[in-house]
Design a protein around this ligand. Structure first.
Ligand code: SAM
Length: 300
């Protein structure tokens, strides 16, 4: 099988996760396994990995370099389910490389891309959960506008939501191509469907809820001194990770006159500013351009 996904910020992940021999690590967004392979080749004694996409797990087990390797424990799971699988203080480092893989993005039958006609699906896990079609069937105009606004900062969210739902209810949106056409024609560098498609994908997969719910629980399963590394691909996600990290570090996030925060510090922030791809990586992998890495270390 041909691997399509180029792992981003590979050497930076290894550096920030503090890879050491006889260490136990978790890769909670396995994808095509690039980061896991780098961790194992770098000396990790064990890597627990999950992906909510069953085909990602199966493709790898069929074809992957480490398919039979006892150091790899690979499961089909959402990362929000992961803390329940592991005991407290198990891991030296945990990685989340958020979003979708190149394989998911370009496979038209998954419905993530506006560049080819595909079904109104967009689920990372095709074994469960509502598809994009089911979401559009039940959302009100106001709810859809909120999704477009809160997931992707789209300023014209109300007008966009009205346009999408009117066309959908009139039977004019049967495929991702119809949805893209409804959102407009490409005039400049980016297609007007790019950001709305991302916002809808995030809603179908409840991506922001997964992050908010999971990050604090991951600190429980890190060993003292263990590190959590998160890579995001757009500003809404990065802002959320930054806020959760600040809260975990005991910093004020409430912006009230009299601070309401608990200030219970469990981690130290190791990346004051997010780490971004080097010019070399950008030239070899333009898809890495929006990647931002943040890292915290659990107190001893
Ligand atoms: C950007 S790709 C990861 C690529 C991977 N690091 C590599 O090097 O091949 C993101 C992957 O995370 C998975 N994913 C996203 N959200 C998830 C979640 N909440 N739980 C488990 N897997 C998730 C997606 O299905 C996708 O395969």
């Amino acid at each position: 099988m041909e691997w399509l996904h180029k792992s981003v910020l590979l050497s930076e992940v290894i550096e920030f996760i503090g890879l050491k021999r006889v260490g136990t690590y978790a890769d909670l967004t396995f994808g095509e396994g690039g980061h896991t392979e780098a961790l194992i080749k770098g000396g990790a004694s064990e890597v627990w990995a999950v992906d909510r996409d069953l085909s990602a797990v199966n493709n790898y087990l069929k074809a992957g370099l480490l398919g039979q390797d006892p150091r790899l424990k690979l499961h089909h799971r959402r990362f929000s389910e992961f803390p329940g699988l592991a005991g407290p203080q198990t891991f030296d480092g945990i990685l989340l490389d958020l979003g979708v893989s190149t394989r998911q993005l370009i496979s038209e039958e998954r419905g993530f891309t506006f560049q080819k006609p595909g079904p109104l699906d967009m689920r990372m896990d095709q074994t469960q959960g509502p598809t994009l079609r089911e979401l559009l069937e039940r959302l009100s105009e106001e709810e859809l506008a909120d999704i477009l606004y809160y997931n992707a900062d789209l300023k014209n969210s109300r007008a966009l939501a009205r346009k999408i739902l009117n066309a959908f209810r009139a039977g004019q949106i049967e495929s991702t191509q119809d949805l893209a056409d409804c959102l407009g024609k490409r005039t400049g560098k980016t297609h007007p469907g790019t950001v709305p498609f991302m916002a809808l994908r995030m809603a179908v997969n409840r991506e922001l809820d997964e992050i908010t719910e999971t990050l604090p629980k991951l600190i429980d399963i890190l060993k003292p001194g263990g590190r959590l590394v998160v890579i995001t691909f757009h500003s809404t996600e990065d802002r959320l990770v930054k806020t959760v990290f600040k809260r975990l570090a005991g910093r004020c996030i409430c912006q009230e006159l009299i601070c309401q925060c608990t200030k219970d510090a469990r981690v130290k922030i190791l990346t004051k500013k997010p780490v971004e791809p080097s010019p070399e990586e950008l030239s070899q992998n333009p898809r890495s351009r929006s990647a931002k890495l943040r890292c915290v270390e659990k107190f001893q």
